[in-house]
Ligand binder design. Sequence first.
Ligand code: 8YV
Length: 326
Amino acid sequence: MKPKILVARAVFPETIAYLSQHFDVETNPSDEAWTGAQLVEHLRDKDGAFTTGSVRIDDEVLAACPKLKICANMAVGYNNFDIDAMSARGVLGTNTPDVLTETTADFGFALLMATARRLTESEHYLRAGKWNKWSYDMFAGSDIHGATLGILGMGRIGQGIAKRGAYGFGMKVIYHNRSRLDAAMEAECKARYVSKEELLKTADHLVLVLPYSAASHHSIGAAELAQMKPTATLVNIARGGIVDDAALAQALCEKRIAAAGLDVFEGEPKVHADLLTVPNVVLTPHIASSSVPTRKAMAKLAADNLIEFFSKGRGLTPLNPQVLKA
Ligand code: 8YV
């Protein structure tokens, strides 16, 4: 008998076909974002789950699904998993690192450029039929080339953004991270390690790429925004909750920083009402990894983790490999 798995959100038909060669697959055809109780209804008799970032796996869900042995997340971030609870119950978690690094770094840079050069604000103006003359300071923004790029969170995606900035745009790159990169990697990224305070004070453009956890909650709030340059731009492609969105909306409203580019939000898909009305913000619906080849590669890696686990008793990109030894 094939193991039973649940694909908790809609995914590429080819991924379902691939999984169906190995598993007895239940899908979520209407792509509803299930509540915990609804999720349990579908997951309780399953051996494995194919999840996305919007599917919360916590101890309550795990307790109600005793057959569950693996959750394969189609995302590199896994703050939707209570990984300690999964480890305690012997459930393997896997994610999708590497395959999305370059695509996400591309998007981070696109969002930075759109924000600094006021791309969407000026497009809305044009579409609204307001463009009737040239003006010397029309949508004058800030420069990318030669500016100081600050990166908070220097994992693989942060390094990708650093290289784009340093090599492509001649930017001076500074970064802050829990742990400093080794000298060779710093040289490759042309990046200089600084304190968080120096990062906030010195960056012309600050890009957030750190993972979300209780420790990184509101890493950027009113106090941090107050330390940034009034001409600075802030870009968040990491996770909602890393920025205090209410404090950011207020800072943007009062022009205490120049602009922000946001792909992630606290409580998404809801967006703080004030962020929807301030003009100096570029908003995108959590699409940084969303190129067709990359989303397909993420789906394939999540599926391959399930296949590897049920055929060979291991994961390709395990988050808590200690459960395999146990
Ligand atoms: C996903 C992401 O689109 O990989 C991540 O951590 O944030 C995005 O690539 C999202 O989490 C859906 O699973």
